[in-house]
Every structure is written in C-alpha cells, then in structure tokens.
Design a protein around this ligand. Structure first.
Ligand code: GDP
Ligand code: MG
Length: 162
C-alpha cells in the first residue's frame, strides 16, 4: 500500500495546482487501492525515489472548502485515511483567521502535518513563511506549485516523517 498524502486548506491556496504537479510524473489514474473511497480526487505520483497517493479534498462534487468543509464527513474520512497531511496556506495572503481555525482543528486530530506555504514565487521565501510560524505546526515549508520550487524537497520531507 502506498503512503497517502492529503491536501487540506481553504479555497484558492493552490491545492489542485500542487495535486496536478505531484501527479504529473505518472498517469493521474487511481489504481485499485482497497479501503479508499471514490468521492474525492486521488492521484498516484512519484517525484523522488518512491511513489505515493495524493488526495485533493477541495472542490470535489458539491463539497465546499475551508473550515466548514473540514468538519464534513467526507473530509474527515479523507483525513482519517491519510498517512500525512499537507496543510496549504497562501504566501500572498499571509496568515488568515481561517488558517488559524483550520490549524487548530488539524492539531487536535493528531495526524502528522506539514505546513506548506504556497505561492512563494510571489515574494521572498523567508518573508513568505515568517507570518505562519504562529500556527504552531512547525517550520512552514515554502513552495511554488506553479513553478515547482520546493516541491521535490517537500516530498522528501514527508517521506522522512512516514
Ligand atoms: P485550490 O482552490 O486550493 O485548489 O487552488 P487552485 O489550485 O485552483 O489555485 C488557485 C489559483 O492560485 C489559481 O489561479 C492558480 O493558478 C494560482 N496558484 C496556484 N499555485 C500557485 C503558485 O505557486 N504561485 C502563484 N503565483 N499562483 C498559484
Ligand atoms: Mg481545488
């Protein structure tokens, strides 16, 4: 069974863009993984030495995104079957009240989480991440999902923690 990495975050932070990048190197088809339901978007990807399953929790069917969506059954199930969560925030927007609320709820779930600061191409990466230390989710990791910066290292970090 491949490790399951699940993307969480409010709308427009770039979850689907990262999903596409993480599945680009392989056909984004979903193999037959027992135990995984089909009401969200799954992809198989490989960037480093090992393949993984990546899950995009947002914008599937009629499911809303953000804080409310986090408590919905299908998102809780997605979190439940995850081996690692990628909580994505937006460097352009900085730390929002919604980010704070989502991170509080995620912390309570007790799953391994990496805080991913996307759109770091829009500003200096050190500056981009500075605002997010207060979320209490460890060192924020800057990436650009559109340009690819930091993505390979992000996956390496996740595998180190699995
Ligand atoms: P989602 O709602 O979280 O799935 O976000 P999307 O993947 O749909 O992206 C929302 C918008 O942000 C789109 O216009 C993307 O092109 C843009 N975007 C995503 N990632 C990046 C990034 O790394 N840098 C920049 N500058 N824009 C990005
Ligand atoms: Mg999306």
């Amino acid at each position: 069974m491949l490790p399951v990495i699940t993307l969480i975050g409010r709308p427009n932070v770039g979850k689907s863009t990262l999903f596409n990048r993480l599945t680009r190197t392989r056909d984004a088809l979903v193999a037959d993984f027992p135990g995984l339901t089909r009401d969200r978007q799954y992809g198989v990807g490989q960037i480093g030495p090992k393949p993984y399953v990546i899950v995009d929790t947002g914008g599937i069917g009629t499911a809303p995104e953000g804080v409310e969506a986090l408590m919905e059954r299908q998102v809780l199930r997605a979190i439940d079957e995850a081996d690692h969560l990628l909580f994505m925030v937006d460097a352009r927007d900085g730390c929002s009240p919604e980010d704070i609320e989502i991170s509080q709820r995620l912390r309570r779930l007790g799953k391994p989480i990496t805080l991913v600061v996307n759109k770091s191409d829009s500003t200096d990466p050190t500056f981009a991440t500075a605002d997010f230390h207060r979320l209490g989710l460890g060192d924020p990791w800057p990436v650009s999902s559109t340009q690819g910066n930091g993505v390979r290292e992000l996956i390496d970090r996740v595998f180190e923690q699995l």
